[in-house]
Design a protein around this ligand. Sequence first.
Ligand code: KG4
Ligand code: ZN
Length: 351
Amino acid sequence: MLILGIETSCDETAVALVRDGREIVASLVSSQIELHAPYGGVVPEVACRAHAEWLLPLLEKLCAESGVALKDVDVIAATARPGLIGALLVGLTTGKTLALALDKPFVGVDHIDGHVHAPRMAHPDMEFPHLSLVVSGGHTEIYRSDSFTHKELIASTADDAAGECFDKVAALLGLGYPGGPRIEKAARGGNPAVIDFPRGSAGADGMAISFSGLKTAVLRFMQARNYTVKAGRPRLEREAMKEEITKTIPLPLPLADLAASFQEAAVDMLIRPTLKACERTGISCVGLTGGVAANQRLREKLTSEAKKRGIDIYAAPKDLCTDNAAFIAGAAHHFAREGRFDPLDLDAVPN
Ligand code: KG4
Ligand code: ZN
Protein backbone atom coordinates (compact mmCIF):
# COMPACT_ATOMS: atom_id res chain seq x y z
CA MET A 1 0.00 0.00 0.00
CA LEU A 2 1.49 3.33 -1.11
CA ILE A 3 0.41 6.33 0.97
CA LEU A 4 0.87 10.04 0.32
CA GLY A 5 1.35 11.87 3.63
CA ILE A 6 0.90 15.61 4.17
CA GLU A 7 2.01 17.43 7.33
CA THR A 8 1.42 21.13 8.03
CA SER A 9 0.49 21.23 11.73
CA CYS A 10 3.15 23.73 12.79
CA ASP A 11 6.13 25.26 11.00
CA GLU A 12 7.27 22.49 8.64
CA THR A 13 5.58 22.00 5.27
CA ALA A 14 6.13 18.31 4.55
CA VAL A 15 5.05 15.66 2.03
CA ALA A 16 6.09 12.01 1.72
CA LEU A 17 5.37 8.76 -0.05
CA VAL A 18 5.59 5.68 2.18
CA ARG A 19 5.00 2.06 1.24
CA ASP A 20 3.55 -0.42 3.76
CA GLY A 21 4.04 1.85 6.76
CA ARG A 22 7.84 1.72 6.78
CA GLU A 23 9.51 2.09 3.41
CA ILE A 24 10.11 5.79 2.67
CA VAL A 25 9.91 6.16 -1.11
CA ALA A 26 10.42 9.94 -0.90
CA SER A 27 10.16 12.56 1.84
CA LEU A 28 10.48 16.33 1.58
CA VAL A 29 10.43 18.85 4.44
CA SER A 30 10.44 22.57 3.82
CA SER A 31 11.32 24.26 7.10
CA GLN A 32 10.02 27.73 7.94
CA ILE A 33 12.67 28.32 10.61
CA GLU A 34 14.13 31.34 8.82
CA LEU A 35 10.69 32.96 8.50
CA HIS A 36 9.96 32.68 12.23
CA ALA A 37 13.47 33.24 13.64
CA PRO A 38 13.17 37.06 13.74
CA TYR A 39 10.13 36.68 16.04
CA GLY A 40 11.77 34.13 18.35
CA GLY A 41 8.98 31.60 17.81
CA VAL A 42 6.34 30.39 15.39
CA VAL A 43 3.88 33.08 14.24
CA PRO A 44 0.64 31.23 13.31
CA GLU A 45 -0.41 33.55 10.46
CA VAL A 46 3.05 33.47 8.91
CA ALA A 47 3.10 29.66 9.17
CA CYS A 48 -0.31 29.29 7.58
CA ARG A 49 0.53 31.58 4.64
CA ALA A 50 3.84 29.83 3.99
CA HIS A 51 2.14 26.39 3.96
CA ALA A 52 -0.36 27.70 1.41
CA GLU A 53 2.45 28.98 -0.81
CA TRP A 54 4.78 25.99 -0.53
CA LEU A 55 2.60 22.89 -0.31
CA LEU A 56 1.66 22.44 -3.97
CA PRO A 57 5.16 23.13 -5.37
CA LEU A 58 6.51 20.68 -2.77
CA LEU A 59 4.01 18.02 -3.91
CA GLU A 60 5.03 18.55 -7.52
CA LYS A 61 8.68 18.18 -6.54
CA LEU A 62 7.88 14.96 -4.62
CA CYS A 63 6.25 13.42 -7.67
CA ALA A 64 9.01 14.61 -10.02
CA GLU A 65 11.81 13.27 -7.80
CA SER A 66 10.18 9.94 -6.99
CA GLY A 67 8.70 9.31 -10.44
CA VAL A 68 5.39 8.46 -8.73
CA ALA A 69 2.18 9.95 -10.17
CA LEU A 70 -0.51 10.87 -7.63
CA LYS A 71 -2.99 8.60 -9.44
CA ASP A 72 -0.80 5.64 -8.44
CA VAL A 73 -1.07 6.40 -4.74
CA ASP A 74 -3.45 4.09 -2.82
CA VAL A 75 -4.40 6.33 0.10
CA ILE A 76 -4.08 10.04 0.91
CA ALA A 77 -3.28 11.01 4.51
CA ALA A 78 -2.93 14.41 6.16
CA THR A 79 -2.43 15.61 9.72
CA ALA A 80 -5.84 16.62 11.12
CA ARG A 81 -4.94 17.34 14.79
CA PRO A 82 -3.48 18.81 16.98
CA GLY A 83 -1.66 21.93 15.82
CA LEU A 84 -2.15 25.54 14.73
CA ILE A 85 -5.64 25.68 13.26
CA GLY A 86 -4.78 27.72 10.16
CA ALA A 87 -1.70 25.63 9.48
CA LEU A 88 -3.61 22.34 9.90
CA LEU A 89 -6.37 23.51 7.55
CA VAL A 90 -3.96 24.05 4.65
CA GLY A 91 -2.65 20.46 4.66
CA LEU A 92 -5.96 18.85 5.61
CA THR A 93 -7.94 20.68 2.93
CA THR A 94 -5.30 19.88 0.32
CA GLY A 95 -5.33 16.20 1.30
CA LYS A 96 -9.12 15.93 1.25
CA THR A 97 -9.32 17.76 -2.10
CA LEU A 98 -6.78 15.39 -3.65
CA ALA A 99 -8.70 12.41 -2.27
CA LEU A 100 -11.92 13.72 -3.80
CA ALA A 101 -10.35 14.61 -7.15
CA LEU A 102 -8.44 11.32 -7.45
CA ASP A 103 -11.17 9.20 -5.86
CA LYS A 104 -8.84 7.79 -3.19
CA PRO A 105 -9.61 6.88 0.42
CA PHE A 106 -8.55 9.46 3.00
CA VAL A 107 -7.08 9.20 6.52
CA GLY A 108 -6.89 12.21 8.85
CA VAL A 109 -3.93 11.55 11.15
CA ASP A 110 -3.27 12.56 14.73
CA HIS A 111 0.15 14.25 14.67
CA ILE A 112 1.11 12.43 17.89
CA ASP A 113 0.35 9.07 16.25
CA GLY A 114 2.95 10.13 13.68
CA HIS A 115 5.55 10.85 16.37
CA VAL A 116 4.72 7.58 18.17
CA HIS A 117 5.11 5.67 14.88
CA ALA A 118 8.50 7.20 13.95
CA PRO A 119 10.71 4.79 15.98
CA ARG A 120 8.80 1.79 14.57
CA MET A 121 9.74 2.79 11.03
CA ALA A 122 13.40 2.19 11.84
CA HIS A 123 12.96 -0.61 14.38
CA PRO A 124 10.60 -3.33 13.14
CA ASP A 125 11.62 -5.41 16.17
CA MET A 126 9.78 -3.07 18.57
CA GLU A 127 7.15 -5.14 20.32
CA PHE A 128 3.75 -4.36 21.81
CA PRO A 129 2.92 -3.25 24.34
CA HIS A 130 5.46 -0.45 24.27
CA LEU A 131 5.75 3.00 25.80
CA SER A 132 6.66 6.16 23.88
CA LEU A 133 8.35 9.25 25.23
CA VAL A 134 7.09 12.02 22.94
CA VAL A 135 9.16 15.17 23.45
CA SER A 136 8.63 18.06 21.08
CA GLY A 137 7.99 21.79 21.02
CA GLY A 138 4.33 21.33 21.89
CA HIS A 139 4.24 17.97 23.67
CA THR A 140 5.97 16.15 26.51
CA GLU A 141 4.07 12.96 27.09
CA ILE A 142 4.45 9.27 27.81
CA TYR A 143 2.05 6.90 26.02
CA ARG A 144 1.34 3.20 26.17
CA SER A 145 0.57 1.46 22.86
CA ASP A 146 -0.93 -2.02 22.65
CA SER A 147 -1.09 -1.99 18.84
CA PHE A 148 -0.18 0.24 15.88
CA THR A 149 -3.47 2.11 16.17
CA HIS A 150 -3.72 2.33 19.95
CA LYS A 151 -2.26 4.87 22.33
CA GLU A 152 -3.14 5.74 25.90
CA LEU A 153 -1.75 8.68 27.83
CA ILE A 154 0.31 7.63 30.88
CA ALA A 155 1.93 10.94 31.88
CA SER A 156 2.25 14.46 30.54
CA THR A 157 3.82 17.79 31.44
CA ALA A 158 1.87 19.96 33.84
CA ASP A 159 3.07 23.11 32.10
CA ASP A 160 5.74 23.74 29.44
CA ALA A 161 6.80 21.15 26.89
CA ALA A 162 10.47 20.13 26.96
CA GLY A 163 11.16 21.70 23.55
CA GLU A 164 9.44 24.90 24.63
CA CYS A 165 11.78 24.99 27.65
CA PHE A 166 14.85 24.53 25.41
CA ASP A 167 13.55 27.32 23.16
CA LYS A 168 12.87 29.72 26.05
CA VAL A 169 16.21 29.08 27.77
CA ALA A 170 18.01 29.49 24.44
CA ALA A 171 16.32 32.88 24.11
CA LEU A 172 17.51 33.81 27.62
CA LEU A 173 21.04 32.82 26.64
CA GLY A 174 20.83 34.83 23.44
CA LEU A 175 21.20 31.76 21.27
CA GLY A 176 18.20 32.43 19.06
CA TYR A 177 15.54 30.14 17.60
CA PRO A 178 15.05 27.19 17.47
CA GLY A 179 16.66 26.69 20.84
CA GLY A 180 17.06 22.92 21.12
CA PRO A 181 19.79 22.34 18.54
CA ARG A 182 21.54 25.60 19.50
CA ILE A 183 21.68 24.66 23.19
CA GLU A 184 22.99 21.22 22.28
CA LYS A 185 25.72 22.83 20.18
CA ALA A 186 26.54 25.43 22.86
CA ALA A 187 26.77 22.66 25.49
CA ARG A 188 29.47 20.77 23.60
CA GLY A 189 32.57 20.48 25.75
CA GLY A 190 30.76 22.10 28.70
CA ASN A 191 30.75 20.65 32.21
CA PRO A 192 27.16 19.59 33.06
CA ALA A 193 27.96 19.40 36.79
CA VAL A 194 28.89 23.07 37.29
CA ILE A 195 25.37 24.24 38.13
CA ASP A 196 23.00 21.85 39.86
CA PHE A 197 19.70 23.11 38.46
CA PRO A 198 16.60 21.78 40.29
CA ARG A 199 15.04 18.68 38.72
CA GLY A 200 11.56 19.38 40.14
CA SER A 201 9.41 16.98 42.09
CA ALA A 202 8.78 13.41 40.97
CA GLY A 203 5.24 13.72 42.32
CA ALA A 204 3.20 11.12 44.16
CA ASP A 205 3.30 8.61 41.29
CA GLY A 206 6.94 9.36 40.41
CA MET A 207 5.92 10.36 36.88
CA ALA A 208 5.29 14.09 37.33
CA ILE A 209 6.72 16.25 34.54
CA SER A 210 7.08 20.02 34.83
CA PHE A 211 9.46 22.29 32.94
CA SER A 212 8.41 25.78 34.00
CA GLY A 213 10.53 25.60 37.19
CA LEU A 214 13.71 24.78 35.29
CA LYS A 215 13.21 27.70 32.93
CA THR A 216 12.67 30.01 35.92
CA ALA A 217 15.74 28.57 37.68
CA VAL A 218 17.91 29.48 34.71
CA LEU A 219 16.41 32.98 34.64
CA ARG A 220 17.00 33.43 38.40
CA PHE A 221 20.54 32.12 38.06
CA MET A 222 21.28 34.73 35.43
CA GLN A 223 19.53 37.54 37.29
CA ALA A 224 21.29 36.78 40.59
CA ARG A 225 24.64 37.05 38.89
CA ASN A 226 23.64 39.97 36.77
CA TYR A 227 24.26 38.10 33.57
CA THR A 228 23.18 39.94 30.49
CA VAL A 229 23.24 38.67 27.01
CA LYS A 230 25.47 40.61 24.66
CA ALA A 231 26.34 39.45 21.17
CA GLY A 232 25.03 36.00 21.90
CA ARG A 233 27.16 35.41 25.00
CA PRO A 234 26.15 35.82 28.63
CA ARG A 235 28.58 37.89 30.66
CA LEU A 236 28.92 39.28 34.17
CA GLU A 237 28.55 43.00 34.40
CA ARG A 238 28.65 43.88 38.06
CA GLU A 239 32.24 43.81 39.27
CA ALA A 240 31.19 43.62 42.92
CA MET A 241 29.43 40.33 42.40
CA LYS A 242 32.34 38.67 40.68
CA GLU A 243 34.27 38.22 43.90
CA GLU A 244 31.39 36.58 45.66
CA ILE A 245 30.62 34.21 42.84
CA THR A 246 34.23 33.22 42.26
CA LYS A 247 34.01 31.35 45.52
CA THR A 248 31.61 28.83 44.08
CA ILE A 249 31.69 29.16 40.32
CA PRO A 250 34.80 29.79 38.25
CA LEU A 251 34.77 33.03 36.27
CA PRO A 252 34.10 33.73 33.58
CA LEU A 253 31.53 30.95 33.55
CA PRO A 254 31.67 29.55 30.06
CA LEU A 255 28.41 29.51 28.16
CA ALA A 256 29.14 25.84 27.46
CA ASP A 257 28.93 25.01 31.19
CA LEU A 258 25.66 26.89 31.59
CA ALA A 259 24.13 25.24 28.52
CA ALA A 260 25.41 21.78 29.51
CA SER A 261 24.11 22.14 33.08
CA PHE A 262 20.67 23.13 31.79
CA GLN A 263 20.64 20.34 29.21
CA GLU A 264 21.61 17.76 31.84
CA ALA A 265 18.78 18.85 34.13
CA ALA A 266 16.25 18.75 31.26
CA VAL A 267 17.45 15.28 30.24
CA ASP A 268 17.24 13.97 33.83
CA MET A 269 13.71 15.34 34.12
CA LEU A 270 12.67 13.25 31.11
CA ILE A 271 14.50 10.08 32.15
CA ARG A 272 12.98 9.91 35.63
CA PRO A 273 9.27 9.66 34.64
CA THR A 274 10.08 7.37 31.70
CA LEU A 275 11.85 4.80 33.87
CA LYS A 276 9.10 5.12 36.48
CA ALA A 277 6.44 4.50 33.82
CA CYS A 278 8.30 1.31 32.80
CA GLU A 279 8.40 0.19 36.41
CA ARG A 280 4.71 0.89 36.99
CA THR A 281 3.48 -0.72 33.76
CA GLY A 282 6.03 -3.55 33.66
CA ILE A 283 6.79 -2.58 30.04
CA SER A 284 10.44 -2.69 28.97
CA CYS A 285 10.24 -1.40 25.39
CA VAL A 286 10.24 2.38 24.88
CA GLY A 287 10.18 4.50 21.72
CA LEU A 288 11.93 7.88 21.94
CA THR A 289 10.54 10.47 19.55
CA GLY A 290 9.76 14.15 18.84
CA GLY A 291 12.05 17.07 18.09
CA VAL A 292 13.83 16.97 21.46
CA ALA A 293 14.58 13.26 20.88
CA ALA A 294 17.16 14.47 18.35
CA ASN A 295 19.23 15.54 21.37
CA GLN A 296 22.25 13.27 21.57
CA ARG A 297 22.69 13.58 25.34
CA LEU A 298 19.06 12.51 25.88
CA ARG A 299 19.46 9.58 23.49
CA GLU A 300 22.65 8.38 25.16
CA LYS A 301 21.77 8.90 28.82
CA LEU A 302 18.24 7.49 28.55
CA THR A 303 19.58 4.46 26.69
CA SER A 304 22.30 3.76 29.25
CA GLU A 305 20.11 4.36 32.31
CA ALA A 306 17.38 2.14 30.81
CA LYS A 307 19.85 -0.61 29.95
CA LYS A 308 20.86 -0.90 33.62
CA ARG A 309 17.23 -1.81 34.32
CA GLY A 310 16.77 -4.19 31.38
CA ILE A 311 14.76 -1.65 29.36
CA ASP A 312 15.30 -1.17 25.62
CA ILE A 313 15.13 2.33 24.13
CA TYR A 314 14.27 2.60 20.45
CA ALA A 315 15.11 6.12 19.32
CA ALA A 316 13.58 7.46 16.13
CA PRO A 317 16.20 8.29 13.48
CA LYS A 318 17.08 11.97 13.85
CA ASP A 319 15.41 12.98 10.57
CA LEU A 320 12.18 11.39 11.80
CA CYS A 321 12.33 13.10 15.21
CA THR A 322 11.38 16.58 14.04
CA ASP A 323 8.15 17.06 12.09
CA ASN A 324 7.89 15.31 8.73
CA ALA A 325 5.25 13.68 6.54
CA ALA A 326 6.85 10.22 6.39
CA PHE A 327 5.70 9.41 9.91
CA ILE A 328 2.21 10.68 9.05
CA ALA A 329 1.98 8.35 6.02
CA GLY A 330 3.53 5.54 8.11
CA ALA A 331 0.99 5.91 10.91
CA ALA A 332 -1.88 6.21 8.38
CA HIS A 333 -0.95 2.82 6.90
CA HIS A 334 -2.14 0.97 9.99
CA PHE A 335 -5.45 2.86 10.19
CA ALA A 336 -6.00 2.19 6.47
CA ARG A 337 -5.25 -1.52 6.99
CA GLU A 338 -8.01 -1.62 9.58
CA GLY A 339 -10.33 0.19 7.14
CA ARG A 340 -10.45 3.23 9.38
CA PHE A 341 -10.84 5.90 6.71
CA ASP A 342 -12.26 9.35 7.35
CA PRO A 343 -15.07 11.22 5.61
CA LEU A 344 -14.16 14.29 3.56
CA ASP A 345 -15.98 16.59 5.97
CA LEU A 346 -13.43 15.74 8.68
CA ASP A 347 -12.49 18.92 10.54
CA ALA A 348 -9.12 20.09 11.82
CA VAL A 349 -8.88 20.06 15.61
CA PRO A 350 -6.26 22.37 17.15
CA ASN A 351 -6.12 20.78 20.62
O1 KG4 B 1 8.65 17.64 16.85
P1 KG4 B 1 9.02 19.04 16.48
O2 KG4 B 1 9.74 19.26 15.19
O3 KG4 B 1 7.75 19.97 16.44
C1 KG4 B 1 6.68 19.85 17.30
O4 KG4 B 1 5.80 18.97 17.06
O5 KG4 B 1 6.70 20.61 18.29
O6 KG4 B 1 9.87 19.61 17.73
C2 KG4 B 1 10.46 20.88 17.72
C3 KG4 B 1 11.14 21.12 19.06
C4 KG4 B 1 11.67 22.55 19.24
O7 KG4 B 1 11.28 23.02 20.51
C5 KG4 B 1 13.18 22.36 19.17
O8 KG4 B 1 13.89 23.33 19.91
C6 KG4 B 1 13.36 20.97 19.73
O9 KG4 B 1 12.26 20.23 19.21
N1 KG4 B 1 14.62 20.34 19.32
C7 KG4 B 1 15.61 19.98 20.16
C8 KG4 B 1 16.67 19.49 19.37
N2 KG4 B 1 16.27 19.55 18.05
C9 KG4 B 1 15.01 20.06 18.05
N3 KG4 B 1 15.70 20.06 21.50
C10 KG4 B 1 16.84 19.63 22.07
N4 KG4 B 1 17.91 19.17 21.37
C11 KG4 B 1 17.86 19.07 20.02
N5 KG4 B 1 18.90 18.62 19.34
ZN1 ZN C 1 5.67 17.34 16.12
